[in-house]
Design a protein around this ligand. Structure first.
Ligand SMILES: [Fe+2]
Length: 470
């Protein structure tokens, strides 16, 4: 919930940091500081991993409650050999990571973690304030002839969003996936993206995620869902090296395409929020939106996720399940004659989950959080299924086909499960917040890039209701 006092805060430290990010200067780091990025990722059981990315020759030391502890090497600087990617060979290059990635698991009960002059944000026992963002990169993609103006903060506003969202002072940030969009070189004459790094190496990751996201990385730990842009054939090497909270293992690092089935999936994990609430993070990032053949090895993996989600949700007071692809959203596509075609639900994922559970989503799962669709959306299905929220509107070029305010009755993500309430914001960048208001209740809000509130929503178990903010 936006509070009266936050307006002043929005113009102080984070605003300065955001301005630095927009100017291309690294945030929270002096030119002499070899640490290029530092953050805390919450992994299985909510265990915090402090991570530093440095150009120094060794890993830095972290000060935990006044005690110095050396960080452990996760990945040494390397250039990975060129592997087949989603881009054509002439628009591909080996991924260079001329940086050292360092980790340290922060022991339970640690009150403070400091890296040089940077305090790192540790999770409070009760996580009550959550920022949700998604699809944050700047789209440079030859196949679609899409050249977003990465150099223009009006047209690529992730740094502004990170600054605003940081001023809201979250306890946790949830990213619903798709971090890296700068896949191909900006063509000559495209002034808006001139000079942008591209490909899947460190320079593109830094420009697309770590620099603009720095204000938000500094204030709260993150729960990181993986998007299809982080598949092995795209930015998967960087996903494993830089972001995933779990160990970096040979054979799951996306370097050898022969191992992609293993590299493109991980079992889900739960991040406790306190008082029996939790966020379950799922990696269904290779699912796509079309059919998944029963013989596809990912089908068995996703059914494993469905089973594990059911086990994790059992007995909990509130469960947010996060993945990149929405299960229960409604999307709009423009037809050839200008008519709008509505599509509801991810049929393949719903079918696979339905094989494990006749109700599709396991009991105890209250809210689904996803991205992939570049807009904000809320779908309430009367309590038969969790409410679905989509927050893929935090930086990348947006979807502009309008969605109706009231859906035709036949448009529903699951047969026999009508949409009871529906809301969407199209063509407005922003971020969503979740604030705990009770044992099974949360207040959700949606803000634009300037921190103006657009929506207030009440979540009560599986039910949700939104209204325009005054
Ligand atoms: Fe996506």
């Amino acid at each position: 919930m936006a509070r009266a006092g936050t307006a002043v805060l929005r113009l102080t430290v984070p605003a300065i940091a955001g301005a630095l990010a927009l100017s291309g200067a690294p945030c929270f780091s002096s030119p002499d500081d070899p640490v290029l990025a530092a953050f805390v990722a919450l992994g299985p059981d909510g265990v915090p991993t402090a991570r530093a990315i440095t150009r120094a020759g060794q890993c830095p030391v972290l000060t935990l409650d006044g005690r110095e502890v050396p960080m452990q090497l996760r990945a040494a600087p390397a250039t990975e050999p060129l592997r087949p990617t989603a881009s054509t060979p002439d628009l591909s290059k080996p991924s260079a990571f001329p940086v050292r990635v360092c980790d340290l698991t922060v022991p339970e009960g640690t009150a403070s973690a400091v890296l040089g002059s940077r305090p790192l944000p540790l999770p409070p026992k009760h996580i009550n304030r959550i920022v949700v963002i998604g699809d944050t990169g700047c789209r440079l993609k030859a196949k679609d002839d899409a050249w977003q103006a990465c150099n223009d903060p009006q047209q690529y506003p992730f740094a502004r969003i990170a600054t605003q969202a940081a001023a809201w002072k979250p306890d946790l940030v949830v990213h619903v996936g798709d971090y890296l969009y700068r896949e191909n070189p900006c063509p000559e004459g495209e002034a808006g993206c001139t000079g942008s790094p591209w490909g899947y190496g460190w320079d593109a990751w830094d420009a697309d995620f770590f620099q603009p996201g720095a204000p938000l990385l500094a204030v709260a730990p993150w729960a990181l869902a993986r998007g299809n842009h982080e598949n092995c054939a795209r930015a998967g090497q960087g996903w494993w090296r830089l972001l995933d909270p779990r160990p970096l293992l040979a054979g799951r690092d996306c370097n050898d395409p022969g191992n992609d089935t293993a590299g493109d999936y991980s079992p889900p994990y739960a991040v406790p929020l306190g008082d029996g609430a939790q966020v379950v993070v799922m990696d269904l990032s290779h699912a796509g939106t079309g059919k998944i053949a029963p013989s596809d090895p990912h089908a068995a993996q996703y059914r494993q996720t469905a089973r594990m989600l059911a086990e994790m949700a059992a007995g909990k007071t509130f469960t947010f399940a996060v993945d990149h692809y929405p299960f229960l959203a409604v999307t709009a596509q423009a037809g050839k004659n200008g008519q709008i075609k509505l599509k509801a639900g991810n049929k393949a994922l719903n079918r696979l989950f339905g094989k494990e559970n006749k109700h599709v989503m396991p009991k105890g799962v209250d809210v689904l959080l996803a991205g992939h669709v570049h807009l904000w959306e809320q779908v309430d299905l009367g309590g038969k299924q969790p409410s679905q929220f989509v927050a893929g509107f935090s930086g990348t070029q947006e979807d502009t086909v309008p969605l109706p305010q009231v859906l035709p009755a036949k448009v529903t993500p699951l047969p026999g499960t009508p949409v009871r309430r529906f809301d969407a914001i199209v063509a407005s960048f922003g971020y969503m917040t979740l604030e705990r208001t009770g044992r099974k209740t949360w207040h959700a809000a949606v803000f634009d890039v300037d921190g103006q509130k657009l929506r207030d929503c009440r979540i009560n178990g599986r039910r949700s209701q939104c209204r325009a903010a005054l």
